[in-house]
Design a protein around this ligand. Structure first.
Ligand SMILES: Cc1ncc(COP(=O)(O)O)c(C=O)c1O
Length: 400
């Protein structure tokens, strides 16, 4: 999107503001389906956690996507957006048996990542088909917080516990209809996927009635100049061939599934915030914006990089700045960034603000969460109002 359009939207809706362009989402979605067009049955389940506004979910529904969810609330959002429960997979970690049962009652595909829950669920509901999340013991992902398929990770059932899974299945008579893994986010090398694929195939062979294999996600997108992104078409070529061969070996056309979040929405999003103050210290020039880690926590949470531009002074002389928030802890969005001269009241744009940005926002410091705007078929729509003081106190009971 061009800078002037983003500035106009900030003038129209105020800041701080999230803006999402659904054309980018469609392109990214089509890249995946094109890459895997040689596989007969392919299903993309968008990972709701990345960006969960119901309007964005409706865009995915129009594209023919399913949903990947991790909480009953995400399932409810999907149902509200009009998804058939059969097009939703639920992959929780560490939730109660009760929540899993409540989701199963809604008709959603259950994916279990824990042996004790598998056993309990199988005993009580042997007729409900279940997918199993495997931990392939692969270290992959951009940083430790988003590497989730390694041996020390809390996610999935270890590949070494397949004999135990088989015993549970035999003893309960339950039906395993899918095998799943998700090894991490921001995976650089497609060989990681290919290696994990072989591990999943080995696991799948142990179960007779598999209908799908879910390869999770971890597709990387570029955050800064020179960054690479997952070569989806190369992965598509290599993995499709291997998958089709495996289907022959298995004796059935299985469905190949992926559940990307970041790849589908990261680049569709822009975060816009005004500069409140410029502060020159003995060592640094700070630009303090009308926002903080309450609106965009990725840089502070796991050192994520977001490109930042001054869209209201694009021709200004470039200088070095540290961009910081107004929160009472250190909340630095970026240090030593070379940016066109920043003046108080200028509008800064943060790129790649579609995935894990608004969805991780909070009311910390009792601040309002930002508004969200969606650009769809060339028109802008306010899809979430800016909060008010009412929202801050809504659930507080004043008792004394
Ligand atoms: C189970 C599961 N699937 C899919 C995703 C989406 O990953 P990404 O945003 O890297 O595509 C995640 C992210 O944490 C996840 O935990």
């Amino acid at each position: 999107m061009d800078r002037n359009q983003l500035l106009e939207l900030t003038n129209k809706y105020g800041g701080p503001l999230y803006v999402y362009n659904t054309d980018t989402i469609k392109n990214q979605y089509n890249n995946i389906t094109t890459a895997f067009s040689k596989v007969k049955n392919v299903k993309i389940n968008y990972a709701v956690k990345a960006l969960s506004n119901v309007n964005i979910l409706k865009v995915f529904k129009q594209l023919g996507s399913g949903l990947d969810t991790v909480s009953i609330q995400e399932v409810q959002l999907g149902l509200l957006a009009g998804f058939d429960p059969k097009d939703i997979i639920y992959t929780p970690n560490g939730v109660s048996l009760k929540e899993i049962e409540d989701v199963a009652k809604l008709g959603v595909q259950i994916n279990i990542d824990n042996l004790s829950i598998l056993e309990l669920f199988g005993q009580k509901h042997p007729k409900i088909p279940v997918c199993i999340r495997i931990n392939p013991h692969i270290m992959a992902g951009g940083n430790s917080k988003i590497s989730v398929g390694h041996i020390d990770s809390k996610f999935g059932i270890s590949i070494h516990q397949v004999p135990h899974i088989k015993r549970v299945v035999e003893n309960t008579g339950m039906h395993i209809n899918g095998i799943h893994m998700h090894t991490g986010s921001d995976i650089l090398d497609i060989d990681t996927f290919l290696m994990a694929t072989e591990i999943l195939f080995d696991v799948a062979k142990n179960f007779k009635n598999i209908e799908f294999i879910d390869f999770g996600s971890g597709f990387k997108v570029p955050y800064k100049e020179g960054d690479i992104q997952t070569n989806i078409s190369d992965l598509g070529k290599k993995l499709s061939k291997r998958f089709n061969d495996f289907c022959k070996e298995y004796g059935k056309d299985l469905t190949l599934m992926f559940e990307p979040g970041k790849y589908l929405v990261s680049q569709s999003g822009y975060f816009l915030a005004k500069v409140n103050v410029i502060k020159q210290t003995t060592s640094t020039v700070f630009a303090g914006i009308d926002s903080g880690l309450n609106h965009l926590i990725r840089p502070m949470f796991y050192n994520a990089y977001h490109k930042i531009e001054n869209i209201s002074n694009p021709k200004g002389r470039e200088r070095f700045y540290s961009i910081v928030g107004y929160i009472c802890e250190t909340d630095t969005f970026g240090s030593n960034r070379r940016i066109n001269e920043i003046r108080e009241e200028d509008v800064l744009c943060f790129y790649n603000a579609g995935a894990y940005c608004f969805s991780m926002a909070s009311n910390y410091n009792s601040r309002y969460r930002p508004a969200e705007v969606m650009i769809h078929d060339g028109k802008d729509y306010l899809i979430r109002k800016r909060e008010t003081f009412e929202d801050i106190i809504r659930n507080q009971d004043i008792v004394i």
